[in-house]
Design a protein around this ligand. Structure first.
Ligand code: SF4
Length: 72
């Protein structure tokens, strides 16, 4: 499975769940707001394998529904 990941930064409240639970994909942008790791390619990066599965599961944990995942 391959998944395209991004963060709706306008909706993100900076709770930290995603970048605490899955730091291999998400990071603090410096203001507490989540972003996809720049080292992965940033917003719209495509990930696969275990990381893709974890990202799909984590999506439902975001209280702001700001994690966007799309199977590609
Ligand atoms: S879980 Fe959602 S609200 Fe919390 S930091 Fe991540 S994107 Fe933002």
């Amino acid at each position: 499975m391959k998944v395209k990941v991004s963060v709706d930064q306008d909706s993100c409240t900076g709770c930290g769940i995603c970048y605490s639970d899955l730091p291999e994909v998400y990071e603090d942008d410096g203001d507490g707001i989540s972003q996809v790791l720049e080292s992965l390619g940033g917003d719209g990066a495509v990930i696969e394998g275990d990381l893709a599965e974890k990202a799909m599961e984590l999506k439902d944990e975001c209280p702001a529904e700001a994690l966007v995942t799309e199977e590609v």
